[in-house]
Design a protein around this ligand. Structure first.
Ligand code: ZN
Length: 504
């Protein structure tokens, strides 16, 4: 029976994609799609190995796809995609997708499309079902749960892959080849707080910074955006030199991987100092707006007096230590790459701060494409913790993927790109994490590249009442099917060129 994409080129690839969209596969819910892929491999007489990264009965899959006749001597390549998709809106994760074509643009009505990373999965399945595509021996690696913590790639065994060439199809910008991604770590600092009773007559105020642009702490760390928490700390630190500020709490950030757009602190002041602090709030707003200019036009500093008097405040020494710690922790870009122009090599984001009755907790998220540089910035946080009497614990440490501009695979891909698409690709690194970076850390001698067709608004749903030809400019994950044949040709050319490489 035909479907929406039956006659759309490349026919085999889009047929696989269509079938994938009919099997719900949100992050964590990949069991059905895992079974589908293992079954498809088996029906084509191929070996499929599945680990237990997702639970007792599903996980990452490796399908071993032998070389096409004549290319048996080529080096084995790993062809990688991830099985899960960001399934939005909430409540939509267990129904087949309702695909629609708006001209040549493919979307899913009322939901995300899952082109990230379904197109790549469909390419891998085409390699299973289309015997006339020339390639050397392949390991088709399908990982799970990329979108919700990359736990599949993290749990992948470091002994299961034979290939030492890895092609990852999870970049979303056609025309670019990605050759570097960041490693990451989160340092959690805990500092005990000494509190005391509140003196009579003090007035509580809530000072807030709001309206920051925030954003992903990897991808946006170099875009000149403000960490609202650090600005608030500067204000409090500066003013505490003029008036006595009694600090009750300071809090910001909800997640570890974002630049905090807002922050707040409750402080108590003597009635005669209230005017001074109100003026200060205004003055600091002007200072921040001047410093950040067009990068942060919505920044606001506000003061709210309508608060109940809290039972306790930090004692002087503690408050001073808290503000000093927050001010000196590394925040922002630490070092730019010396291998690649414009790439942030190492950064740190003071992402989250919480105050309880007894303890201050600070989550600092560091990233680097260079392992020793990641270690160095973690050590700096540890040194600051030591000086301020805080304890530090590191979690989620993963090393990065450093660019290798002399990579043989990169040369092959550039060549194939010129040949099939007639233009020079841009070679880029990203300061976020990629699964292939995690895999590279397990297989250090692997030659790795990441590429992909353009996906617009990945992870964003298309509205349910979308009208083709009318709502074309509205948000929603989509791909241009007209550009798919060219990209698929490029990928096949890369595989063919690898098949012609000498073993090394
Ligand atoms: Zn993806």
């Amino acid at each position: 029976m035909g479907h929406l994409l039956t006659d759309v080129e490349p026919v085999g690839l889009l047929d696989h994609f269509y079938k994938l969209t009919q099997i719900p596969h949100p992050s964590g819910g990949e069991r059905a799609i895992c079974l589908y892929i293992c079954d498809l491999a088996k029906r084509h007489g191929l070996e499929a190995i599945m680990d237990k990264a997702g639970g007792d009965d599903f996980g990452n899959i490796i399908v071993k796809c032998p070389a096409t006749s004549g290319y048996e001597k080529a080096p084995t390549a790993v062809f990688q995609s991830h099985l899960d998709m960001v399934s939005l809106p909430v409540g939509h994760s267990d129904v087949p997708l309702d695909l629609l074509l708006d001209g040549t643009m493919l979307r899913a009505r009322g939901s995300t499309l899952g082109a990230d990373n379904g197109i790549a999965v469909a390419m891998a399945l085409s390699l299973i079902t289309e015997p006339d595509i020339p390639h050397g021996s392949l390991e088709l690696l399908f990982t799970i749960n990329e979108e919700a913590g990359m736990t599949g790639a993290i749990m992948l065994s470091d002994k299961v892959l034979q290939g030492r060439i890895l092609i990852n199809i999870d970049s979303q910008q056609k025309g670019t080849l990605t050759v570097s991604s960041a490693g990451a770590n989160i340092s959690i600092l805990r500092m005990p707080l000494k509190m005391e009773a509140v003196e009579n007559g003090l007035m509580p105020v809530l000072i807030r910074i709001t309206g920051g642009r925030g954003g992903h702490s990897g991808l946006e760390i170099n875009s000149g955006r403000a960490n609202a928490g650090i600005l608030l700390t500067r204000l409090l630190y500066g003013e505490s030199k003029k008036v006595h500020l009694y600090l009750n709490n300071i809090n910001w950030g909800n997640v570890d991987n974002a630049i905090p757009p807002e922050a707040g602190a409750v402080v108590l002041v003597r009635p005669e100092d209230l005017r001074i602090i109100k003026d200060a709030v205004q003055r600091w707003e002007e200072i921040f707006i001047k410093e950040y200019g067009k990068k942060e036009e919505q920044l606001r500093v506000s003061l709210d007096e309508d608060l109940p008097v809290p039972d306790f405040v930090m004692n002087n020494t503690t408050a001073e230590r808290v503000l000093s710690l927050l001010l000196v922790l590394p925040n922002g870009v630490h070092k730019m790459s010396s291998d690649m122009e414009g790439l942030v090599e190492t950064s740190s984001d003071v992402a989250k701060v919480r105050t309880s009755r007894t303890e201050l907790t600070v989550n600092v998220s560091q990233r680097s494409s260079v392992d020793s540089s990641l270690d160095a910035i973690i050590d700096r946080c540890e040194a600051v913790a030591n000086l301020s009497g805080a304890q530090l614990k590191n979690v989620g440490t993963n090393y990065g993927w450093k660019p290798d501009m002399k990579s043989r695979l990169l040369a092959v891909c550039k060549d194939a790109y010129r040949q099939t698409l007639g233009e020079e690709p841009r070679v880029v690194g990203i300061h976020g994490m990629l699964e292939c970076g995690l895999i590279k850390a397990k297989y250090p001698d692997m030659d790795v590249i990441s590429m992909g067709p353009t996906i617009i608004d990945a992870h964003a749903p298309t509205k349910a009442d979308f009208i083709p030809g009318v709502d074309s400019d509205t948000t929603g994950e989509r791909i241009d099917t007209a550009r798919m044949p060219g990209f698929w040709e490029f990928v096949k050319t890369v595989l063919k060129k690898i098949a012609l490489l000498e073993m090394r």
